[in-house]
Design a protein. Sequence first.
Length: 736
Amino acid sequence: MLFQRVLCSILLCVSPVRAQSVFSERSDPGQTGPVKPASDTVVLDIFSVVSTQDTSYRAANSITATKLAAEVRNIPLTIDIFTSDFMKDVGAVEVSDVLRYANGINAFRSGFQDDFTYTIRGFTSAANVQLRNGIRKSGLLDAAGLERVEVVKGPAGVINGQQSPGGLVNSITKQPLDKFAATFDQSFGSFDFSRSVIDVTGPAYTDDKGRSVAYRVVVAETFNGDFRELATMKKQYLYPIVVLKNGSTGTQFTIDTEFSQSRGDPARSLDWVYDPSQGMRVPAPVPYKFNQNTHETFYFFRSSNTVLDFKQKIGEHLILRADYQYQRRTRDLFTYQGFVSSNLQTISRNVNRIIQQNFNQNYYVSALTKYNVGPVEGQTLVEYDHLRGPFTFHSFQSTQPIETPWLVNDPSTWNRNTNVLPTFAQQTWQQDNFPSQSAMILNQFNYKNRIYLSASARWDELTQSVLTLQGTPLGYQQLAYNRHVSPMAGLLYRFTKNTAIYGTYAESFVANLNIVRKSDGNFGALDPTQGKGLEMGIKTDFFEGKLSANVAVFRDEQTNVPRTVSLPDPQAPGQNFNATIQTGVERATGVELNVNAVISDSVQLVGGYSYVDAHIVSNQQNRALEGLREINAPRNKFNVFGKYSLPKLPFGSAYATIGYTYYSNMQGSADTIKTIIPGVSLIAAGVGVRTKIYGREVGVRFNVDNLLDKKYWSVATGGSIPGRPVSYAGTVSLKW
């Protein structure tokens, strides 16, 4: 509590720092009300979504798919949008909590990582990429600073940078409001969970000449004990933003800064093990809450992200925009990595120490123009991006043997109290430098609000120089280089006021710049991963938006995907080594349904279903992989979330929520050993009341997750992740 009070007081005094404004443009600064611009007049709002148009769980517009604000009903892609009301009702703390209710996605986070990973339409997100306001961001995003989460399906990376063909996730942050508002939330729950959030916003300065300064400050502190033994986490988050605007000159400048740090004792489960009697991998024969780490293990993460955004309107038809991003991240991790013996009797453990630091600077310059050609309304966006930044990685290995292996069936040997801190020797020091640049042109056309056409192309060029030292001052330096052009085209035809059909084709590109050992035993860079996708669908929107639906069929492919396999070592006869190979073709085909319904003033539902058949089609380097399903990608996923608001009560209002999610079974490993993660059905529920005390709005909310206490697994290998047991959380909210 003291942490929040001190920081909030300081920030309210100095009022530091980015967003995209939701202020409307006026042709005459003396006007007192908003003016609807002509169809060919540009406004600064076009670069931001207007969340005030959202109705509870329904979002009217999106910015992720086109980089420009557009009505969801007129975008030729499948888009899932989770509003701030939805995030509050599910009790979201991080983005992965929200993505559970997105079709075609399986999102998960390890117990000691500061990133989350997700598979989308069968493909793993490229390098754990996530977007924040359309700009790439590393590290976890706290839901306290978010206004909404947008999920775009298909290879939309041509708009937002290199990405797998499955899609991408973009988190939109909260923006300053033009009226003072403040909220305080305090939560407590299972496994020593506690969370405090302060959110303060309002105008700092306004005058009658259209000049204004608005601010918002969000501060959060979270403590969460994991259900696994010894695991804890304490996270602190700070998000200040300031928007300065001069309406008379069409100028806007935004300073947006985000700080986050977390520390604690990591949780790490054992990977699944091969059981000869069953001919497949199964969960390790230890308790569900087992943690292989001990008291001396730890992790520490810190990240900062600052974005400066400048917009200038020139005349009635042109906006120039420039952005600068500086991002820094530190990771210090000491943990064990355990292995169960082939006879399933002992647990042997290695110890790892990793220190990682990286920062990058990004520059974005763009120009937007709008125009009319007869009955056709058009707009063109041209953008150039440039990124620079080194990445430093330190890996250490113990110089002394680890303690005696633990016995699987004898917990008394699981000695976690001895303070065994081995002497470490530096094993690997590596520094990467990865300058990149890209250029994009986006064209959008609207013919009489009936035909919507989008056409774009993106050029990417990426270079990486790697300096690696292994145990001595000597080392080697290698260079990797990738270049690619990605096109995208979409068409939506609205044949009635409420119904439209659409189709989109796009290509994607992900650079493979790491220096790896290939199948011939030599080190070198890989070819880029390339993808393409085709989606066709129907969108409906009835009863003034109270009932909307999207049905889509899709076929996405990618080639040259890196995979690690064990092969005979040509440099050491009789031995195997881990080689990185690139598959021939991986393909995902399927169908997806999304529904958003406001059934009455009291009842609303969101939900959908996805079927995704994702597998390796061909791989000439390793035929054994052909036909293998994509890892951590359920074929079937069904989810529904409903809210019932009671009629107005004498003391205020009340509501109840319930959510259901079903995942079918998943492939649990990237090799040919049978590893099947069983499907699971999960239920979440909540109740809440709102009232006023001394003129202030007070809310109380209670949530329960995994109501039936199902045991399940999100990941089986490469750092297995068991699902969280039944858990509870209660929140008290105050609003000014």
